[in-house]
Design a protein around this ligand. Structure first.
Ligand SMILES: *[C@@H]1O[C@H](CO)[C@@H](O)[C@H](O)[C@H]1NC(C)=O
Ligand SMILES: *[C@@H]1O[C@H](CO)[C@@H](O)[C@H](O)[C@H]1NC(C)=O
Ligand SMILES: *[C@@H]1O[C@H](CO)[C@@H](O)[C@H](O)[C@H]1NC(C)=O
Ligand SMILES: *[C@@H]1O[C@H](CO)[C@@H](O)[C@H](O)[C@H]1NC(C)=O
Ligand SMILES: *[C@@H]1O[C@H](CO)[C@@H](O)[C@H](O)[C@H]1NC(C)=O
Ligand SMILES: *[C@@H]1O[C@H](CO)[C@@H](O)[C@H](O)[C@H]1NC(C)=O
Ligand SMILES: *[C@@H]1O[C@H](CO)[C@@H](O)[C@H](O)[C@H]1NC(C)=O
Length: 555
């Protein structure tokens, strides 16, 4: 009789277990990152030394850079370098610092999209509208035409052609005359789209010129006035402009550069001048607001695939996922920009509430080396700090206050496989739940495999108003043993919404904490039990964890 009831239960829970995932990538409650955490100080010292080493290469004698790392609250670290070889014919910023201004080129697109999202939220336009609602004559603009850059096209096998019939602005005018809206209208009437709408995505400059015109159309003010009043002012980006700033703040790399180029109608695609400390202010805004700008979307989510297995297009984010820094996937929400002389990058790592700005005046190769040298050690150190804080806040043994009830829960931060918080043991009323039929059956076909129970924060609260009672879910995750690894084992669609028991989710766990945010009580909702955290045990666990992490990652 007992088994037949369980069999019925089995029927109900099996569908949830169809696709158990090896790689359930956890979102943690955000770590509390501050500049005085010793592990972060250490990693910043070491990154600073790497950057010094990198710029000691003679190839970078004419390059300057600014790098800043920010949490969602404060700038954690910055490093600036002034090129040893300067342009003596023109004086720019004497010593590069957080206020020095670079051209951020295509990072401008982020501001253009933010403007469009704000206008959607204000009801002035809809993201579903056709562009022709706002620009009757749909226009486009050719950029990067080699006829303007190659003195002799026949050297690369191109036929010699006259410039007759082409537009007479921007690069076609030697940058003496920016393109106007009318120039573009006149030029491109007959152009065809690159792909059919919604068919395939690729990089586009034209799209953002168009969005800039849409913003002007719906707000009735210029693009420049709009982003200045609606974005730069409220985020205190007080060195950020679309007009060329005073040379005394300018990072002016030696040789050909775009400092003086007026982008005209192309301002929305690449026109902004900004400093690294302004970009940190902006990244803090994005880190705290990205899911609240409009109810239409979460701004940092991907919209379509890019080429390769690790890249995605957002709005206008360029998204990268890699398992090669930690041994599970990490997501980087980025946007890069480049014009001659200026190469820039912003990176958001939302899982940790982190933002990175890299601005280079000089060589593109330098930007790439800085990006690698900063992000890889930074992420490992921040993950270690996050895990330590997770252990401090949640790990240990939780027991029933009722002496006659044999119920307890043991939580630990998994030090080697880096899966965050896992359930080591769960005894309910004298029954070992992890080895009971309940969980075994939840695994269906995979019951013979090795697995763990991972805790996943939902970032919601039982009492949202008071922000009390953190709601988490337990998820059974298969361990990758290495022996057999099928192609489809990388497929990971999880179902966190598991079956209920008497109306309460079987896998829900609620943490009730003290003022410092440390858990003091764990409530297993379906089991109708609250267990109290023993204060002593987790300390030992944390130490062990620290030692292990240190050897793994040489922080
Ligand atoms: C974050 O850490 C800082 C010190 O590093 C501390 O002063 C602050 O109270 C912490 N904040 C929270 C919310 O725990
Ligand atoms: C916006 O675009 C529409 C369609 O092209 C046009 O009729 C309208 O006059 C424009 N409004 C402004 C303020 O430019
Ligand atoms: C919406 O459009 C109107 C008129 O075009 C403009 O005055 C207003 O500022 C816009 N709203 C926002 C929030 O920008
Ligand atoms: C810009 O803002 C920062 C921070 O609010 C302030 O310290 C700085 O003096 C301001 N700079 C200018 C030029 O107003
Ligand atoms: C303690 O647990 C026992 C056994 O489950 C139960 O009978 C009793 O009511 C509980 N006492 C309290 C105060 O919850
Ligand atoms: C504990 O299990 C016993 C049966 O073994 C049952 O009578 C009792 O109600 C259970 N108590 C709780 C709190 O689950
Ligand atoms: C509590 O239950 C577990 C699992 O059945 C058992 O191993 C343990 O001895 C029990 N503890 C007590 C104090 O009864």
């Amino acid at each position: 009789m007992r088994f037949s009831i369980l069999s019925i239960f089995l029927v109900h829970i099996t569908p949830a277990a169809v696709a158990p995932c090896y790689d359930s990538s956890p979102v943690y409650p955000l770590p509390n990152l501050s500049h005085d955490i010793p592990e972060l100080q250490d990693v910043f010292d070491s990154i600073g030394a790497s950057l010094k080493q990198i710029v000691s290469d003679k190839a970078f004698d004419t390059s300057s850079f600014s790098v800043e790392v920010t949490s969602s609250q404060e700038t954690l670290w910055s490093s600036h370098h002034t090129a040893s070889e300067r342009d003596n014919s023109r004086v720019g910023a004497e010593t590069i610092d957080g206020r020095s201004v670079y051209r951020i080129a295509s990072i401008t697109k982020v501001f253009t999209v933010l403007g469009v999202l704000q206008q959607h939220a204000a009801g002035n336009l809809s993201l579903d509208d056709a562009i022709t609602n706002y620009i009757e004559d749909l226009i486009a603009l050719a950029q990067s035409d080699l006829i303007n850059g190659l003195p002799n096209p026949t050297i690369v096998g191109l036929p010699p052609l006259p410039k007759k019939g082409l537009i007479h602005c921007y690069e076609y005018s030697g940058y003496h005359k920016p393109c106007t809206e009318k120039d573009m209208l006149d030029f491109i009437k007959g152009e065809l789209p690159l792909f059919a709408p919604n068919q395939q995505s690729t990089y586009s400059n034209v799209a953002f010129n168009l969005l800039g015109l849409v913003l002007e159309n719906v707000t009735g003010i210029s693009y420049t006035d709009y982003v200045t009043s609606a974005i730069f002012k409220p985020t205190s980006m007080n060195s950020t402009t679309l007009e060329k700033p005073n040379d005394k703040f300018a990072v002016l790399p030696k040789g050909k550069n775009y400092w003086d180029v007026e982008e005209g109608v192309q301002r929305p695609t690449g026109g902004i001048y900004a400093s690294s400390s302004d970009m940190s202010r902006f990244l803090r805004y994005v880190l705290t607001q990205y899911n609240g700008i409009t109810s239409a979307l979460n701004w940092i989510n991907p919209l379509s695939f890019a080429a390769g297995g690790n890249s995605f297009y957002g709005m206008p984010w360029e998204i990268f996922r890699s398992s090669r820094i930690l041994d599970r996937p990490t997501t980087f929400i980025t946007k890069g920009g480049g014009v001659p002389g200026y190469f820039s990058y912003i990176i958001l790592i939302p899982e940790y509430g982190l933002g990175v700005t890299i601005l280079v005046g000089g060589e593109l190769k330098l930007l790439k080396q800085i990006r690698e040298a900063v992000t890889v050690p930074l992420l490992r150190a921040v993950d270690y700090v996050t895990m330590s804080q997770l252990a401090e806040r949640y790990s240990g043994v939780y027991v029933s206050g009722n002496g006659s009830l044999n119920s307890s829960l043991t939580l630990a931060v998994d030090p080697d496989s880096r899966h965050g918080l896992v359930v080591r043991e769960f005894i309910s009323n004298g029954t070992d739940v992890l080895s009971s039929l309940l969980l075994r059956l939840a695994l269906g076909d995979d019951a013979d495999k090795s697995w763990r129970v991972q805790l996943i924060p939902t970032l919601l609260y039982r009492d949202e108003l008071a922000q009390k009672g953190e709601l988490w879910r337990m998820l059974v995750v298969l361990d990758r043993t290495g022996s057999e690894h099928g192609i489809w084992d990388d497929f990971c669609n999880t179902d966190v919404d598991q079956p209920r028991y008497a109306g309460k989710p079987l896998n829900e766990i609620v943490f009730w904490g003290n003022k410092e945010g440390h858990a003091v009580e764990a409530e297993l909702s379906a089991f109708r039990v609250k267990l109290q955290r023993k204060p002593t045990v987790q300390q030992a666990g944390l130490k062990a964890q620290k030692t292990l992490e240190n050897t793994n990652h040489q922080i």
